[in-house]
Write a protein that binds this ligand. Structure first.
Ligand SMILES: NC(=O)C1=CN([C@@H]2O[C@H](COP(=O)(O)OP(=O)(O)OC[C@H]3O[C@@H](n4cnc5c(N)ncnc54)[C@H](OP(=O)(O)O)[C@@H]3O)[C@@H](O)[C@H]2O)C=CC1
Ligand SMILES: O=C(O)C1=N[C@H](C(=O)O)C[C@H](O)C1
Length: 266
């Protein structure tokens, strides 16, 4: 049995995580943390999740992390870093799915992984983690003159863009090509008045309605086009992956892992 603490428990992913823990027989919800200022503080988890089986109430994130054997964070970068500090102080392993981190914030995460075991992934679905391998195959096997573009679509409330997954796909392609991702990433063509070059990775973003998460990598040349697409139909997909990662991480040595480590895809 793995006792799990969820930060941002009232959020979209927080709610999906509570559901995923409930479904997993070998996991138990030890704490559902919200901000000190949250209107949900001290209200029963059942108020948001009527099917939840325990008497647990939403708890203040500023204390009590030691109730959990593994902590899970899908919040925002600033919140995640505060939660990470609590995890490090209490030496509790942490699964992190928060996206939109700057390089400096990533450095703090890497530093924390010298003290506690961490799984950090910008997408916890099995399909996307396989896609990261498939795009590397496409990038190395297809002819050099391919145009490479990445498209992502998400719900209207997503804040960061391009999505963490889109960037992970681009970074995987750049690695396979031997490119520096920062040098080849093209986020905006509105001021580029010239033809597309084959040594760049273009990104495009759509935000609309309730789209859970869709990603396509395009490899295109004259006469043919390969499109590799993943579509998530439910947040439970990511949440179940994160719970699986938490169970996997529980007894692992200190270090930084990703979902490909959890799934054995490396
Ligand atoms: N890696 C993956 O597979 C996936 C990653 N994500 C990522 O997860 C994150 C959350 O997404 P989602 O659930 O849709 O977002 P929501 O806005 O629904 O939830 C965010 C949660 O974080 C809390 N929060 C925000 N800021 C802080 C802070 N400074 N301190 C403490 N808590 C804070 C919010 O609390 P409050 O309500 O009080 O503001 C809320 O509970 C995003 O970064 C998203 O990209 C999402 C899906 C899959
Ligand atoms: O914010 C979301 O919703 C999602 N975020 C992740 C990302 O930025 O890639 C993963 C997933 O696509 C959903």
């Amino acid at each position: 049995m793995t006792k799990i603490g969820v930060f941002g428990a009232n959020g979209r992913m927080g709610q999906a995580l509570i559901e995923a823990v409930e479904i997993e027989k070998e996991a138990q919800l030890a704490a559902a943390f919200v901000r000190s200022s949250s209107p949900f503080l001290d209200t029963p988890v059942r108020a948001l999740q009527p099917a939840h089986s325990s008497e647990l109430a939403f708890a203040d994130e500023e204390g009590g992390v030691e109730r959990a054997e593994v902590l899970i964070d899908f919040t925002l970068p600033q919140g995640m870093l505060t939660h990470l500090q609590s995890a490090v102080e209490s030496k509790i392993p942490m699964v992190i799915g928060t996206t939109g981190l700057t390089e400096a914030e990533m450095d703090q995460l890497r530093e924390a992984a010298k003290t506690i075991p961490i799984v950090f992934a910008r997408n916890f679905s099995v399909g996307v983690n396989l896609l990261l391998n498939l795009v590397q195959t496409a990038a190395t096997k297809l002819a050099d003159e391919m145009d490479i573009e990445i498209f992502e679509a998400h719900h209207r409330n997503k804040i960061d863009a391009p999505s963490g997954t889109a960037l992970a796909i681009g970074e995987a392609i750049a690695e396979a090509k031997g490119w520096d991702h920062d040098e080849v990433a093209r986020y905006d063509r509105s001021n580029v008045h010239e033809a597309k070059s084959q040594d760049e990775i273009g990104y495009s973003v759509l935000r609309a309605g309730d789209i859970v998460g869709e990603h396509t990598a395009y490899f295109a040349t004259m006469g043919e086009r390969l499109e590799l697409t993943h579509k998530a139909a439910s947040r439970l997909t990511f949440a179940s992956g994160a719970v699986r990662a938490a169970q996997w991480l529980k007894n692992k040595p200190v270090g930084l892992y990703d979902m490909q480590d959890v799934l054995g895809l490396k």
